[in-house]
Design a protein. Structure first.
Length: 241
C-alpha cells in the first residue's frame, strides 16, 4: 500500500471523530436544545458510538463492516426524525414515514442478501438513505427561502440542512465510485475517492457546531467554570503608614 494511501486511510478512519466538536458545543446547552433539534444531538452521539464500536471491531474482530450498516440506520433514522419535527406538514410527514420504512427494507436486504453484514459496505441502503435526507434538506431550505425568513444564514434549521447537504452529497458520489472500483478491482484510485469524505465530514461538523452554538448556555460562562477558576483581579488597598 503506498504511503499516501495509508495516510489517507488513517485520516478517514478518524474522520468520524469530527463529531466531537459539535458534541462539545452542545453539551453545555443540553437544557436549552429545543425538542425539534434533539434528534440532531442523538445523531451525533450515535455517530460517535459507532465510531468507537468500529475501533473495537478493527482491533478485536478484524472487521468493522457491520458498522457501516449500523451507522446508516442511525443516521437516516435520527435525521428523518429531525426533519419530521421541523416540518409539521402532514403530507411531508407521511412521506418521511414511508421513506424510512422503505429504507429499512433495503437496509435489511443489503445486510442479509446483497452485500452481507460482515462482508461488504451497504451501498444500496446508503445511496437510498442519502438521497432521502438530501431531499428533505433541500425541501426545507426551499420552505425557508419562500417564507423570506430573516437572517436565514443564522437559523439553526438552515445550518442543519446545509450540514446534511454537505455531508451526504459527497459520500453519495463516493459510494457509487467505490462500487465501481470494487467491481472492476481498480485499486490505484482508492486514496483519491476518500478525499471528499474527509472534507465533507469536517465542514459538516463545523456547521453542526454553529447550529448548537445558536442555543443559549445552560449557565453563564463564569458559573460553568470550576470553583478554583472563578477568580477576578482585585487591587489591594495601600496600607496606611
Amino acid at each position: 500500500m503506498p504511503w499516501w494511501d495509508s495516510f489517507l486511510y488513517g485520516i478517514v478512519s478518524e474522520a468520524e471523530a469530527f463529531a466531537l466538536v459539535p458534541l462539545a458545543v452542545a453539551l453545555p446547552r443540553l437544557r436549552n436544545i429545543p425538542y425539534a433539534f434533539r434528534p440532531s444531538l442523538y445523531y451525533i452521539i450515535g455517530l460517535l458510538s459507532v465510531w468507537y464500536l468500529g475501533r473495537y471491531g478493527r482491533v478485536y474482530l478484524h472487521n468493522n463492516i457491520f458498522c457501516f450498516h449500523l451507522t446508516s440506520i442511525l443516521e437516516i433514522g435520527f435525521l428523518s426524525q429531525a426533519f419530521y419535527r421541523l416540518i409539521p406538514q402532514p403530507a411531508f410527514r407521511r412521506i418521511v414515514q414511508i421513506g424510512y420504512i422503505i429504507f429499512l427494507c433495503i437496509a435489511f436486504a443489503d445486510a442479509m442478501f446483497w452485500h452481507g453484514l460482515m462482508k461488504e459496505t451497504n451501498i444500496y441502503a446508503r445511496t437510498f438513505g442519502n438521497l432521502l435526507v438530501i431531499t428533505y434538506s433541500l425541501y426545507y431550505i426551499l420552505l425557508l427561502t419562500e417564507e423570506a425568513v430573516p437572517d436565514i444564514e443564522k437559523r439553526p434549521e438552515f445550518l442543519l440542512s446545509i450540514s446534511v447537504l454537505i455531508f451526504y452529497s459527497a459520500p453519495l458520489v463516493m459510494a457509487i465510485i467505490v462500487l465501481y472500483v470494487q467491481r472492476y478491482n481498480i485499486d490505484q484510485f482508492d486514496f483519491v475517492i476518500q478525499i471528499p469524505f474527509i472534507l465533507s465530514a469536517g465542514v459538516a461538523a463545523m456547521f453542526q457546531a454553529l447550529m448548537f452554538a445558536r442555543f443559549p448556555l445552560d449557565r453563564s460562562p463564569r458559573q460553568a467554570l470550576p470553583e478554583w477558576l472563578r477568580w477576578r483581579w482585585r487591587p489591594r488597598s495601600i496600607p496606611a503608614k
